[in-house]
Design a protein around this ligand. Structure first.
Ligand SMILES: C[S@@+](CC[C@H](N)C(=O)[O-])C[C@H]1O[C@@H](n2cnc3c(N)ncnc32)[C@H](O)[C@@H]1O
Length: 251
């Protein structure tokens, strides 16, 4: 893709994760954010490590196809790298991410990148979905890093639509931004300025009802740092993560 003039969150995260798929404008924005809060790169390393553990756990249940919503840049420990050989369809609404993502996965069989607005699964590019995903087989849906922009009603409806759409036996890996961002007012003000819309920050009590019919794993909803690790729960939670399941006997 040609060099962009404005930074985007997926490529900023790629910079923080030590990737190579970003531009000077993204590196400058990443440095500016990290200058305001030096812990930001670690926040996203922790989030990506959660994706890796959760996706691996889903693969261990026998799932070999994944739909990734709000995928950003498909590198640095993203889904097809964690489960080599799996069929993976990355999706996003950002045309730059789609163009860059297609370049990155072009040479990887069974992996592609397509448009989908996660709040309206009807927008999923049908041709790519039919080529990559088997509608009858168990599916891992990964929804990480974009729920902050959706208010509760919209997010609940989105997760319910994904439940109806996914074949029985499927899994959902999701995360939700926590209240720790509120302890960083300078950062938050900056993000809000750039996004131009409110962020929805949640704790487990607020997240649980949003999962609706998804059956939460015994791990519960916990800080992504602590999900299936021996790490103690952090003082400040930037993101909560969970794994849930659509039972094989549900429709
Ligand atoms: C903070 S980035 C996270 C990217 C990636 N999941 C990660 O963890 O690195 C949020 C991503 O969600 C995408 N996004 C925001 N709203 C979306 C929506 N309604 N549907 C699909 N993607 C969305 C953005 O374009 C962006 O790529």
């Amino acid at each position: 893709m040609s060099e962009p003039r404005i930074p985007n969150s997926g490529r900023i995260i790629d910079h923080w994760l030590g990737g190579v798929h970003h531009f000077p404008v993204d590196a400058a924005a990443a440095s500016e954010f990290a200058g305001l809060y030096p812990g930001f790169p670690q926040v996203y390393r922790t989030q990506r490590a959660f994706v890796g553990r959760a996706v691996r756990a889903v693969a261990d249940e026998g799932v070999d196809q994944f739909l990734v919503l709000g995928a950003g840049v498909p590198t640095q420990g993203n889904v097809h790298e964690v489960v080599p050989g799996a069929r993976v369809l990355y999706t996003d609404i950002d045309p730059d991410n789609i163009a860059l993502g297609r370049e990155i996965v072009a040479a990887t069989p069974g992996v592609d990148y397509a448009y989908c607005d996660a709040s309206n699964l009807g927008t999923l590019e049908r041709e790519a979905a039919e080529r990559i995903l088997d509608p009858a087989a168990w599916l891992g849906v990964v929804a990480v890093g974009f729920s902050t922009s959706l208010e509760d009603g919209a997010l609940q409806a989105t997760l319910s639509d994904i439940f109806d759409w996914a074949p029985p036996g499927s899994f959902l890996v999701a995360d939700f931004d926590g209240q720790a961002l509120l302890s960083l007012p300078a950062i938050l003000a900056k993000i809000l300025d750039q996004a131009g819309r409110p962020l929805h920050l949640r704790d487990p009590g607020r997240i649980r009802p949003l999962l609706g019919r998804w059956r939460l794993s015994e791990d519960g909803i916990c800080a992504v740092d602590a999900w299936r690790t021996s790490a103690p729960p952090p003082d400040k939670v930037f993101a909560y993560g969970c794994l849930s399941h659509k039972p094989d006997d549900s429709s």
